[in-house]
Design a protein around this ligand. Sequence first.
Ligand code: FMN
Length: 225
Amino acid sequence: MPKAIGLIGSPRGAKSNSKPIADYLLGKFEGQGFETETVLIYPEHRKDPALKGVIEKLDGVDLVALVFPLYIDSLPARLIRAFELIHKHRKDRKSSKDQRFMAICQSGFPESHQNLLALDMCKCFAELSGFRWIGGLPIGAGAIVGEQNLVDAGGRVYFIRNALDMTAEAIARNEEIPEEAIVAASKLPVPAWLYRLIGNSSWKQRAKKNDLRKRALYAKPYARH
Ligand SMILES: Cc1cc2nc3c(=O)[nH]c(=O)nc-3n(C[C@H](O)[C@H](O)[C@H](O)COP(=O)(O)O)c2cc1C
């Protein structure tokens, strides 16, 4: 039975926007006869900073689907550390096994293209570490997932589900992630201005709940004067 691993790169672990995306995709892989496993990088790193168990698992896998949030136009720190450790272990390794690697980067800002640079970093990592890169999906406005199962989340995640369905179908045919899936992943269920409006008002509500004045949201404690 071929094996697929869903790697979650969010520091928020199981309670993240990344996890339901990985769960949905792994469910599709199971339907195609893959044995699947989810690996949460942050908890694993806390248990063992050398990530020995994760590195060993990756040696035997047929397909890796990495899902992570965009952090400062890049990857969360412990995911970068994981890349460094995995690369160090694999760089001189000769493997006859075909190991596919795909990545999904989702961001807070609504413009999906913000994720492209981080996906390029994943491509570099995969190719330098003996995986076969099969493509990446950029998802803007990741908060739309709302840490909820994608099937229960309904119409607001229709485009994400559609992108993941097309990705899984392409993988079943041993093809790369198709352009239509990338286009679907990049779509928003609401206009970007409405997403920003809702986002801004939710930050203000959260500030109020935490006894902060609206002004505190604009504080720049590290700014140089
Ligand atoms: C430290 C930090 C840095 C972030 N940097 C970016 C960024 O550069 N661009 C962006 O669009 N969103 C950024 N975000 C927002 C996250 O990518 C977004 O909230 C994502 O949906 C979180 O996913 P998760 O729940 O899987 O961690 C950042 C969030 C944090 C906490």
